[in-house]
Design a protein around this ligand. Structure first.
Ligand SMILES: [Zn+2]
Length: 249
């Protein structure tokens, strides 16, 4: 076993020594059409018996997802159409402050209705904003009133309120190297992110109750990314002091 895996297992063993259970969760982004990669992802969750939170783009999602016969799959709302509406030069966002809030809320509602039609009973009231960003403070304040319970972005949830009043269920480990190969970021890099968040939780430097989230993007997985996930699940699925959880809302 490589030092990177030994490092993760050693960190998890520390949780065990402290009588604690390390909660982990898995979010996969950009679900739309039932491509071979999405089918493979759904199959992996089923075979490994690991809960999968699919961040689905409502306007892209196909009806066949409802037939994915896996009770471990939940659906989160990944924006509405995943189009960038940021002003030129600004950070990418579907929810820019240039868009009227009423219009954004209307789009969100349409998107949510569509998701619920396609995947009845599986949609959680969680918004996963594309590019992990809502750039309109007013929209953030209105989300709770529109029926959302939680936001899921990237990075340890802070203690500072963002004005939304929503729970934060973030991810912390991105398995893709976006700035380089746009493929798997490598065991060392990926597992270091996992260990850093677990350690911060254990030592009280981050919210101990926030499950450590693994973020995947099935559409760009190369062979190394698929193999990493399989190994991750094999190493952790049967440990009594590790629990893979569904997003708690
Ligand atoms: Zn996305």
């Amino acid at each position: 076993m490589s030092p990177a895996w030994t490092g993760l297992l050693a960190e998890l063993a520390q949780w065990h020594d402290q009588g604690a259970v390390a909660e982990l969760w898995w979010r996969d982004d950009d679900a739309g059409k039932l491509t071979p990669a999405l089918a493979r992802l759904l199959g992996l969750s089923q075979v490994a018996r690991i809960p999968l939170a699919l961040a689905a783009v409502p306007m892209d999602l196909e009806a066949c997802i409802a037939h994915a016969d896996n009770p471990l799959v939940t659906v989160l709302q990944h924006g509405v159409d995943h189009h960038n509406r940021a002003a030129p030069g600004a950070k990418k966002t579907e929810f820019s402050s240039d868009e009227a809030v009423e219009s954004a809320l209307q789009r969100l509602q349409l998107g949510r209705t569509r998701l619920e039609q396609i995947a009845p009973g599986r949609v959680l009231p969680v918004l996963v904003p594309p590019w992990n960003r809502v750039s309109s403070p007013e929209l953030l304040r209105r989300l709770a009133g529109a029926g959302y319970w939680a936001l899921s972005r990237f990075g340890p949830r802070g203690t500072v309120a963002d004005g939304s009043g929503l729970r934060h269920l973030n991810t912390h480990v991105d398995i893709i190297e976006w700035r380089g190969s746009r493929g798997f970021a490598g065991e060392k890099t990926v597992l270091a992110q996992a260990v850093a968040h677990l350690q911060a939780r254990r030592l009280g430097h981050a919210d101990a109750l926030e499950p450590t989230g693994f973020l995947t993007h099935h559409a760009v997985h190369d062979a190394a990314a698929w193999s990493f996930l399989q190994t991750l699940f094999e190493h952790t699925a049967d440990l009594s002091y590790v629990r893979w959880v569904q997003p708690e809302v």
